[in-house]
Design a protein around this ligand. Structure first.
Ligand code: GDP
Length: 328
């Protein structure tokens, strides 16, 4: 075919010089499913790995309508005004089903997208959540190698994608709307437990009293939960993306989190633990692919699955048989 092959060494050099277009091309490379591209991507990643890790990695989640893109735009502009380089990446679980992308949509952050110190990349639009997550994690490393100081990973508040994002970031922000006690029921406890910082957005105008009540409710709720870090009690803050209020305070909290956890070593430990966790996930995925590609397994597995479904074989016995096929 006439596909252009990428020179990973050259791309690495351009990336390390901070070239935004090189970053875009590098991310396209790691997102590619062509085998030759994957080999080039692996070479590239290995090359830039020593230059990663300097950014603060921030996860940000919230249900649609809560003001995520408005908040990220204000937050991003606040940071670029302080001469920081900001990358916004997204993991959108719905895009893996629909093939479209709602998050990280550039038209939703009109000002930030024009900022030369910002880089916005929508969610990869195909593949399993695991595949999308892997590519986003790699994009994060690429952004760090390109000299970005802050990497934001945006996702939508639906559950599994939050856990995935929490496994690649340093700090997890949960954006909520004012609403207080009633809303509290609607938010999955599991998501609340991931939050290092809860931001009540839309704390403005008529919504301000409600926002205050909500903040008190969430503070109480968080106190009853076991904190994720021994040296960090989750914080609840109010903000208004509309009025550009409380944005700086959120950044101060993030810096506070970072310095506390760096000092205790918890941040480094978390990153090490996360990277090792990704190794195991890669191994699991790789083994499963390998298993499914085996001819003997392919012919036996459907029968055994049926037998398990019909209650004629135990899952354990069936799995043992399949693994036995690989051992031969
Ligand atoms: P997303 O779906 O979470 O990305 O939310 P958007 O950023 O698109 O915002 C959803 C709606 O909420 C839009 O109509 C915004 O104008 C509005 N909105 C966002 N932030 C605020 C805020 O701080 N205060 C108020 N009153 N409205 C907001």
């Amino acid at each position: 075919s006439a596909r252009r092959t990428v020179d990973p060494d050259q791309l690495a050099e351009q990336l390390l010089s901070g070239d935004r277009r090189a970053l875009a091309r590098a991310i396209t490379l790691v997102e590619s499913r062509h085998e030759a591209d994957r080999a080039a991507a692996d070479t590239l990643l290995q090359k830039i790995l020593p230059h990663t890790g300097k950014a603060i990695r921030i996860g940000i989640s919230g249900t649609p309508g809560v003001g995520k893109s408005s908040f990220i735009e204000r937050f991003g502009l606040y940071l670029t005004a302080q001469k920081k380089k900001v990358a916004v990446l997204a993991i959108d679980p719905s895009s893996t089903l629909s093939g479209g992308s709602i998050l990280g949509d550039k038209t939703r952050m009109e000002q930030l997208v024009r900022d030369p110190n910002a880089f916005i990349r929508p969610s990869p639009s195909s593949g399993s959540l695991g595949g999308v997550a892997r590519r986003t994690r790699e994009a994060m490393l690429l952004a760090e190698a390109a000299g970005f100081d802050v990497v934001l990973v945006e996702t939508v508040g639906v559950g599994q994608s939050e856990t995935t994002v929490a496994e690649m970031v340093d700090i997890f922000l949960l954006l909520l709307a004012p609403g207080g006690g009633d809303d509290l029921q609607g938010i999955k406890r599991g998501i609340m437990e991931l939050a290092d910082v809860v931001v009540i957005n839309k704390a403005d105008g008529d919504l301000l009293p409600k926002a205050r009540l909500a903040a008190a409710d969430y503070r109480m709720a968080l106190h009853l939960m076991r904190p994720r870090h021994t040296d960090w009690q989750p914080q609840v803050q109010m903000a208004s993306a509309l009025l550009n209020e409380g944005i700086d305070a959120v950044w101060t909290t993030i810096e506070d989190f970072r310095s506390k956890l760096e000092k205790s070593g918890a941040l480094q430990a978390q990153r090490r633990h996360q990277a090792e966790g990704w190794l195991w996930r890669e191994l699991q995925d790789g083994l499963l692919d390998w298993l499914k590609q085996d001819a003997a397994v392919a012919s036996e597995l459907p029968k055994l699955q049926k037998a398990v479904g019909a209650g004629k074989a135990t899952p354990h016995a069936a799995a043992k048989k399949i693994l036995g096929l690989l051992g031969k």
